[in-house]
Ligand binder design. Structure first.
Ligand code: PMP
Length: 290
C-alpha cells in the first residue's frame, strides 16, 4: 500500500457539472458501470500547468463512450474548461487527471438504454520524476498468460474498464513473480503491449512496434512515432513474434503514466537501455514541457 487511499484525499472533484468536495464525490453501489463495466476513462498528465495533448485525450474519451454505446452528456469544451479549473482549485501544476464516465443506476441488467451517464474528473499532484539515470536501469517484464482478445471480441479502441480485467490479472501475476509488469501477447500470439503502455523495440536506427490492431494506439505511442522522424529513426509497424525478441538492441514502453520507460528484460531476454532510450527520454521530456 502506498499513500493516502484515493477516496480519503482532499480537494475538489468535478462531478456531473459541479465541483464537489473530494469526500462527497460518490456513486451508488447499484451503478451499471460498476457491475457491467460500462465505464470509460482517460489518463492525462499535466506538466507545468499544461495538460499534454488534452484535445487528443478528450476526443478519445468521447470516442470510447460512443464505442460503448453511450453518449457523454457534456460538451467537450465544457469538460476541458472543467479540467483547467479543477487543476487551479486543487493547485496541481505537475500531475495527473482522471476523467471517467459511467452508466448510472436506472437499470441493472445487460440492457442499459435508460441509464443516465455520469461524468467525473479528478486530479492530483504527481510530478514526473524524470531522473534519466534511474530510468535507464530499465524494468523487467514477464510474458503474460492472458492474451489480448481479437478485434471481433472487444471494442479495442475504447479505453474502457472491461479491458483492464486481464491487465490487472497479468500485472499481479508478474509482480508475484518479482517482475515490474507483464508483456501481453494478442490472441494470435504476437507481441501486443504491456498492461498499460505500448511497447517499442530498437535495432540500429529503426524502431519496431506492433500494429495496433487489437489494442490501444496510445497517444504517447503516436508522439514517439513523430519524434522518431525528427530523431532520424525509421519506424516499422510490424508483426513481432516472441521468437524475435532476441533480434533487438533496446526496448522501451510508452504511455501517459509510463512516459518513456526503458525495459531491461522480457523473461530471459535481456536488453541494455542505451542511446535510443536516452534520446527518446530527452526528446519526450522537452516535448511535454514545451
Ligand atoms: N495501452 C493500454 C492498455 C493503456 O492503458 C495505455 C494507457 N492509456 C496505453 C496503451 C498508452 O496509451 P497513452 O499513451 O494514450 O496513455
Amino acid at each position: 500500500m502506498s499513500g493516502i487511499p484515493f477516496d480519503q484525499r482532499e480537494g475538489w472533484i468535478w462531478l456531473d457539472g459541479e465541483f464537489v468536495e473530494w469526500s462527497q464525490a460518490r456513486l451508488h453501489v447499484l451503478s451499471h458501470g460498476l457491475h457491467y463495466a460500462s465505464t470509460v476513462y482517460e489518463g492525462e498528465r499535466v506538466y507545468n500547468g499544461k495538460i499534454f495533448k488534452l484535445r487528443e485525450h478528450s476526443e478519445r474519451l468521447y470516442r470510447s463512450a460512443q464505442l460503448m454505446d453511450f453518449a457523454i452528456p457534456f460538451e467537450l469544451a465544457e469538460l476541458e474548461a472543467a479540467s483547467h479549473e479543477l487543476l487551479q482549485r486543487n493547485n496541481v501544476s505537475d500531475g495527473y487527471l482522471r476523467p471517467v464516465a459511467w452508466r448510472g443506476s436506472e437499470m441493472i441488467s445487460t440492457s442499459a438504454r435508460f441509464n443516465r451517464v455520469h461524468v467525473a474528473i479528478a486530479c492530483w499532484q504527481w510530478p514526473s520524476y524524470f531522473d534519466p539515470a534511474a530510468r535507464m536501469a530499465g524494468i523487467r517484464l514477464k510474458t503474460a498468460t492472458w492474451r489480448r482478445p481479437p478485434p471481433s471480441s472487444s471494442p479495442f479502441e475504447a479505453k474502457a474498464s472491461g479491458h483492464y480485467q486481464i491487465a490487472t490479472l497479468s500485472k499481479h501475476d508478474a509482480e508475484n513473480s518479482g517482475y515490474h509488469d507483464a508483456l501481453m501477447l494478442d490472441w494470435r500470439g504476437h507481441v501486443a503491449e504491456a498492461t498499460s503502455a505500448n511497447v517499442f523495440f530498437v535495432k540500429g536506427r529503426t524502431l519496431y512496434t506492433p500494429v495496433p490492431d487489437c489494442f490501444l494506439n496510445g497517444i504517447t505511442r503516436q508522439t514517439v512515432i513523430e519524434l522518431a522522424r525528427a530523431l532520424d529513426y525509421q519506424v516499422v509497424e510490424a508483426t513481432i513474434l516472441p521468437a524475435q525478441l532476441g533480434d533487438f538492441d533496446e526496448c522501451f514502453l510508452t504511455g501517459t503514466a509510463a512516459e518513456i520507460t526503458p525495459v531491461q528484460s522480457i523473461d530471459e531476454q535481456h536488453y541494455r537501455p542505451g542511446d535510443a532510450c536516452r534520446q527518446f527520454i530527452a526528446a519526450y521530456t522537452s516535448t511535454v514541457n514545451a
